[in-house]
Every structure is written in structure tokens, then in C-alpha cells.
Design a protein around this ligand. Structure first.
Ligand SMILES: [Fe+2]
Length: 346
């Protein structure tokens, strides 16, 4: 039998973007609180720069979440166009931009475009391309480093629904994630769930109960504990409290702001009560009723609003294959409650 598999893996397509971290990991990096501008609030609601762009085609991935766009280059948009991207991301949850030159415009231009949406989050432990900084978050798997399944150990499922870095006082807003190299085996999509529609699926009386609650978020996430070890991750952890139901800073809509890997405790509840409620909500946001999958065709950039959307990697690709992605996460407004929370101070 002739094997079609080569024993020597091909070199990476984007060696300049391989992850390095010469200073080593830390448990958290301080990001001082700030008053966020929220560029979407400046946008023309009709979004003419996008929707009157010659050659644009687009389709909704599902009625509730996700829009795929072709024929428009993110790298060519002016400030007005970028404001419109922020607004469309807030409304649709996730935007899948195809045929982008974004991966080839260089780190300075990538950073400049993402900074339009807010100051960039600096990751405490992940690698970044040499010569850049921890604002760049490289997601990388290969035959030596292994993949996400290796990090998490044996499980029946590798769904890991979350919102990025919600232990921040100003958590991530309009986030950019792009592909450099896809696994040869296929797979490696990213799943997105609408937390706005997750909230709307609940009964009015249950919603009212949730609106008065607060969740404690910690940088000692499930992933960070695996990467750093329990003791280091928890000893130096950053901890912040956010309302369980937030008012979206752009759309004003209520959002079920749950984060299974990071927001693991309801403030004031006993552990059993907190686990019972959060376990239900964490299952609830996995519903296919308000989900979409982004597939990573070459030259795809995904832009999503982390205040209305949770996401999960789908590490279904074959062991030993390379997958190479990069993320930049602008920080946005401090989450505010949708309803009344006794004693809440914003
Ligand atoms: Fe993530």
C-alpha cells in the first residue's frame, strides 16, 4: 500500500507569525479602566460604506446570527467604514469576511485597523509574532506543539464556550480573528452563539430573576489553569464582577452575559445554587437555535462582537496537522446592567 501522507510536514506558510514569548507567561496583565468610545455609535445606521460598496455580496448565515460578506476589503475601509463594521457586528453578532488581503498587510497595519475599535488587550500567556507584542494572540497547532485537545486532556466533547477575557473591567468588544493556515485534514471551524437570542428564548419571569444577578469572572479560566497550573493561575488571578444580563452598549438590547470558562460564580449564591443556575445557562447557550459556524476558507477574517456573542473552537482536525490563526481584541465599554441590580454602582 502506498501512503499518501508525507512524513516531513511542509514548512509553515506564515513563519513570521509563529508564536514566541521570550518573557514567559504571567497570570494576568493589568489593563486600567477607561471610558470607551464605542465606534459603532458614530456609524450611519444604513451603513452605506458597506452596503453601497460596488461588488459587495452578502448573505446571513442564519436569521439570528452571522453574516458572510464578499467583495469588500477590510484593509481598504476608512474610519466611517470601520465604524459601520462595528455596528454591523453588534447587530449580527459575527461577520465572516471572505477573500481578504488582511493576512498580508503586515503587523503594523493589522494593529492600526484593530485599534480603531479600542485599545488592544494584551494576553498574559499566549505567544505572539516575533517583533510584535502580546496584543497579537497567535493560535497555533502542529505536530510538535499539539492541539487544543492535548491541552485539555481526555473529554467526551471539546466544546469550550466562552467570551474572551471578561475578567477585564473593559472586556473585549469588536474582535478580529484571521486564518493563516488551515489544517490539511479540514475542520477547525469556530462556532458562535447569540447571547441576545439566548436571552430572548427565556420566559419573561425567568429573565426578570436573572436581571438582578451578578457574575464573578476570573482570569484563572479553564484554559489558563491548564496552561499555567492551578496554583499560579489562581494566586495571581484578576477578578471582576459583571451583571448576568447586560445592556448592549451599542444596540441597547439585553444580553445573557454568561461565560462558562471564566464567569463561574453567581455573587451571593451558595456554591450549589450558583452551579445549578450556571450549569443550566451554560447548556442553554449551546443551543443550535441561535448558533452559526464560521468555516475558515483561506483569506477569511472573522469580526465579532464579544458583548452579544459567545464562541467555541471546534478542534476536530487531525492530530499532527498545522493550524495557524491570529487574533486582535480591542477593549470596549464596561458592561452595564439591563435591569435593576440593588446596590449596583457602574
Ligand atoms: Fe476565545
Amino acid at each position: 500500500m502506498v501512503s499518501t501522507q508525507s512524513s516531513v510536514p511542509p514548512p509553515p506558510l506564515y513563519p513570521a507569525y509563529l508564536p514566541v514569548r521570550p518573557e514567559g507567561p504571567s497570570a494576568s496583565v493589568p489593563h486600567p479602566p477607561f471610558e470607551a468610545e464605542e465606534p459603532a455609535l458614530r456609524a450611519d445606521p444604513a451603513k452605506p460604506t458597506i452596503f453601497k460598496h460596488e461588488g459587495l455580496t452578502y448573505k446571513n448565515l442564519t436569521p439570528r446570527i452571522g453574516t458572510e460578506l464578499r467583495g469588500i476589503q477590510l484593509s481598504q475601509l476608512d474610519a466611517k467604514g470601520l465604524d459601520e463594521v462595528a455596528l454591523l457586528a453588534a447587530e449580527r453578532g459575527v461577520l465572516v469576511f471572505r477573500d481578504q488581503d488582511f493576512a498580508d498587510i503586515g503587523a503594523d497595519k493589522q494593529r492600526e485597523l484593530a485599534r480603531h475599535f479600542g485599545p488592544l488587550h494584551r494576553h498574559a500567556s499566549m505567544g505572539y509574532p516575533a517583533g510584535t507584542s502580546s496584543e497579537f494572540h497567535v493560535v497555533y497547532a502542529d505536530e510538535k506543539i499539539g492541539n487544543f485537545r492535548d491541552l485539555l486532556g481526555p473529554h467526551t466533547s471539546y466544546d469550550l464556550w466562552h467570551i474572551d477575557q471578561t475578567w477585564e473591567i473593559n472586556p473585549p468588544s469588536t474582535t478580529f480573528f484571521w486564518v493563516l493556515e488551515n489544517p490539511e485534514s479540514g475542520g477547525g471551524d469556530t462556532a458562535f452563539s447569540s447571547l441576545t437570542h439566548a436571552y430572548q428564548a427565556l420566559s419573561p419571569s425567568f429573565r426578570k430573576t436573572l436581571e438582578g444577578l451578578v457574575v464573578r469572572h476570573t482570569s484563572a479560566s479553564i484554559g489558563e489553569i491548564k496552561r499555567m497550573g492551578y496554583e499560579k493561575a489562581t494566586k495571581e488571578a484578576a477578578i471582576t464582577e459583571h451583571p448576568l444580563v447586560i445592556k448592549h452598549p451599542v444596540t441597547g438590547e439585553p444580553v445573557l452575559y454568561v461565560n462558562p470558562t471564566i464567569g463561574r460564580e453567581i455573587v451571593g449564591f451558595k456554591p450549589e445554587e450558583s452551579d445549578l443556575l450556571l450549569n443550566f445557562l451554560h447548556q442553554h447557550i449551546r443551543s443550535l437555535d441561535f448558533q452559526a459556524r464560521a468555516s475558515w476558507e483561506p483569506k477569511t477574517v472573522v469580526v465579532w462582537d464579544q458583548r452579544t456573542t459567545a464562541h467555541s473552537a471546534i478542534p476536530d482536525y487531525a492530530d499532527g496537522t498545522r493550524r495557524h490563526m491570529v487574533r486582535l481584541s480591542p477593549l470596549g465599554a464596561t458592561p452595564q446592567p439591563y435591569g435593576e441590580i440593588p446596590g449596583w454602582q457602574s
